[in-house]
Ligand binder design. Structure first.
Ligand SMILES: Nc1nc2c(ncn2[C@@H]2O[C@H](COP(=O)(O)OP(=O)(O)OP(=O)(O)O)[C@@H](O)[C@H]2O)c(=O)[nH]1
Ligand SMILES: [Mg+2]
Length: 238
């Protein structure tokens, strides 16, 4: 089977080179999957693309570039490329900032081999952790997630907003990506909502999520607003 890890980037020059190195190193131990990486960079002004370009000869690493239209649009572009051009069986969503650990990748693949369609790296199940966060930050995040589960009705999943996932492309093909109607982080929730509606076999595995050490956050007030409005919209749709 073929698997591609999609990494959206915006100003990640301090992280992307090291992350690509670690992923490539880890791929050597993966036997049952033919692994590749697709970086989707929204024309970062910091030179992220220059770093990725050094790896494009490896035939395992690809890059898409374009205007900045938010995380959701970057993922949709990436999904379409993986489906049409790379023809992979599995795709990953992964952040560039080392919050998601390269060494966890094989654990996701194992669950895909076990027959799951949608594997989520979860911070909110037993064994999942966010060690860098204090009580207040944890409360805000778990509150937001509880909100998503209750309001949007995604009860069966504990971490609805996690951005570390492995998904079978057969499932993605059944989702009308251009109808997901979100540009920011709410994309993750809408994708999950569609997967649940389609009866996907979903599995959460615990991850330890560390804060970024390098670079800056891209979260905007606009994304939070979209997240909350979107939760109600999803409820309305059900
Ligand atoms: N292509 C693209 N990537 C983005 C965009 N916004 C965020 N990203 C990337 O998406 C991933 C997650 O963004 P982060 O800024 O780490 O979001 P976060 O984890 O909620 O915030 P932090 O606390 O800073 O880690 C990172 O790899 C970002 O570079 C965007 O508009 N376009
Ligand atoms: Mg981050």
């Amino acid at each position: 089977m073929k698997a591609c890890i999609i990494i959206p980037t915006y100003n990640e020059k301090e992280n992307i080179g090291g992350l690509l190195e670690e992923l490539l190193e880890g791929f050597k131990k993966i036997k049952n999957f033919d692994m590749s990486i697709l970086v989707v960079d929204d024309n970062s002004p910091d030179g992220t693309q220059e770093i990725v370009k050094k790896y494009l000869d490896s035939k395992q690493i690809f890059m898409l570039t374009g205007e900045k239209n938010g995380l959701g649009s970057a993922y949709i572009k990436g999904f379409n490329y993986v489906l049409d051009k790379l023809k992979a069986d599995v795709l990953f969503e992964m952040d560039a900032d080392f919050s998601h650990k390269p060494e966890d990748v094989p654990k996701f693949l194992k669950e895909i081999e076990n027959g799951y369609d949608f594997v989520i790296g979860s911070r909110y199940i037993s064994g999942g952790e966010i060690p860098d966060w204090g009580f207040i930050r944890k409360s805000i995040s778990s509150g937001g997630n509880f909100f998503a589960r209750i309001v949007a009705g995604l009860y069966t999943v504990h971490d609805c907003t996690s951005g570390f996932r492995a998904i079978r492309t057969d499932l993605i093909k059944q989702i009308k990506l251009d109808k997901l109607e979100v540009e920011g982080y709410a994309f993750q929730m809408n994708l999950l909502h569609n997967a649940i509606k389609l009866g996907a076999k979903i599995k959460e595995i615990p991850i330890v999520f560390n804060d970024r050490n390098l670079g800056t956050s891209k979260m905007r007030l606009k994304d939070l607003r979209e997240f909350f409005f979107n939760s109600f919209k999803l409820r309305f749709k059900k």
